[in-house]
Design a protein around this ligand. Structure first.
Ligand code: G6P
Length: 465
């Protein structure tokens, strides 16, 4: 993508997100090496900003990032980034305690409410840190934003920027976009009253608030009506993968090597795939239990199918995520011990962030399992549809935002119903080639209906409205 967003809209673009498009580490010669950051937000948005004048403001998340931040504005891989060196303790409290252990859990319904959350003195300090991090972002954006810029604020880490920017730079238009679901009022009410209203005032203080589906926008509106007594402006703009960016990875040498190695490991067997962060809301453990159930009740598949799990560690500063990773590894081992034979390993687990390998898996799946308990969008479902070369079928949870766009072209999978998931896997594996081809063609068509440019155009339209 070479067009400048500036040209299309007359408003220069500033993008603000917690995780930046590049993560820095120290190379063997002591210099800083830039690598593309992980996660759906970065993979969806980075291609939009490459080669444009847009400025991407993000937090320094590692020591390497902090060194890059100290070196000032960085232009690397066609991106103009500005990293904020936030005090590491403030960052940890804002990111881990407020962002990941509280807001993420509230929006995804992950709490077992009889025990968690506990809002105590430590949380109050963390909330103060969250406010300071948002203030640091507002200060830097106020400094770097060109006149009348559209400031595109991403996600739950930065919920308070709207009013802060309005005060500092009345000429800019800030739009907030949530890549997560939004909690319905019954869940949102779990937050302390003062936090709930400060957060909603912060979000509503943007010119508009965007979501991947109408369902999340409605939940947000319902919370605002209950707490603030008013309905802010919302818009719906599902993100989509960039077909050119994906094709470049898919046709690259590392992907070809990964594909050859997968061919060797999977052979003639059917191939079920999942690609996810190791994340509670992604529902990995139930997915492996469903595979176990498939092997138990649909015995014809024993020895004839491999489940490739392309999963990567995430947010390991939180005990919940470490424990979940152990649970994931334990269930994989249990299934492999139960069913594996000398020449067949039922679950091949690839643990680590290897983008070309994940794309190779998406090219090669016969069935893609996407069964989150709740998910803002789920780009993997769309990426899989775009790059797959075997008329693979996608099993999707209706709790993923992408369901609204893909319903009718994917198979529904109930995220909590392990038996039904096993049966859906069996049905998909047994689908004749002609039916698969028809289904996959429709899925490709749907997945191509939008590109990241449409998403960007929607943000800018919301800023200009
Ligand atoms: C989700 C969030 C993103 C986040 C990504 C990775 O997609 O919506 O904002 O960047 O997860 O999470 P992390 O905590 O590693 O940045």
């Amino acid at each position: 993508m070479t067009d400048s967003p500036t040209a299309a809209t007359a408003r220069p673009v500033v993008l603000a997100s917690n995780r930046g498009p590049l993560s820095f580490s120290t190379g063997p010669d002591g210099g800083l090496v830039a690598r593309r950051g992980a996660g759906g937000l970065v993979s969806g948005l980075a291609p939009l900003m490459v080669g444009t004048d847009g400025i991407w403001v993000a937090a320094a998340m590692s020591d390497g990032d902090r060194a890059a931040a100290a070196a000032g504005p960085a232009a690397a891989e066609g991106l103009h980034t500005r990293l904020l060196a936030i005090d590491p303790d403030d960052f940890r409290m804002a990111y881990d305690v407020v962002g990941n252990a509280t807001l993420w859990f509230i929006h995804h319904g992950l709490y077992e409410l009889s025990r968690r959350p506990r809002f105590d003195h430590r949380f109050t300090q963390a909330w103060d840190a969250y406010r300071r991090v948002n203030t640091a972002f507002a200060d830097v954006i106020a400094e770097v934003a060109p006149e009348a810029a559209a400031v595109l604020v991403q996600d739950y880490h930065l919920g308070l920027l709207g009013p802060m920017l309005a005060q500092r730079r009345p000429d800019v238009r800030a739009v907030h976009f949530s890549h997560t679901p939004f909690a319905p009022p019954d869940w949102f009410r779990v937050l302390p009253d003062a936090v709930a209203s400060e957060l909603l005032e912060g979000l509503a203080g943007h010119h508009a608030c965007g979501f991947h589906t109408q369902r999340w926008a409605d939940d947000f509106s319902a919370c605002c009506i209950e707490v603030l007594g008013r309905r802010p402006t919302t818009f719906v703009a599902p993100l989509a993968p960039d077909p050119e960016d994906l094709a470049a990875v898919a046709t690259g040498e590392p992907c070809a090597r990964a594909l050859a190695s997968l061919d060797e490991q999977v052979g003639q067997r059917a191939f079920i795939v999942r690609v996810d962060r190791i994340e509670l809301s992604k529902n990995l453990v139930r997915g492996f239990h469903a595979f176990d159930d498939l092997l138990e009740r649909h015995a014809q598949w024993r020895g004839r199918v491999v489940f490739g799990a392309f999963v990567y560690p995430s947010r390991e500063g939180l005990a919940e995520y470490l424990a979940y990773r152990q649970e994931v590894e334990a269930v994989i081992e249990q299934v492999n011990r139960r069913w594996g034979t000398a020449d067949w390993t039922p679950i091949l687990a690839f643990i680590g962030d290897d983008h070309p390998l994940s794309v190779a898996a998406l090219r090669r799946f016969d069935v893609l399992l996407v069964n989150p308990v709740r998910d803002g969008l789920n780009l993997v479902a769309k990426e899989g549809a775009l790059v797959n070369q075997r008329d693979g079928l996608v099993l999707l949870s209706p709790e993923a935002g992408a369901w609204a766009e893909l319903e009718g072209a994917v198979r529904r999978v109930h995220p909590y119903d392990i038996s039904a998931t096993a049966d859906a896997l069996a049905d998909a594996l047994a689908t004749p080639a002609a039916a698969r081809a028809t289904e996959a063609a429709e899925l490709r068509r749907r997945a191509r209906l939008r590109t990241p440019r449409d998403w960007l155009a929607d943000q800018l339209a919301a800023a200009n409205a």
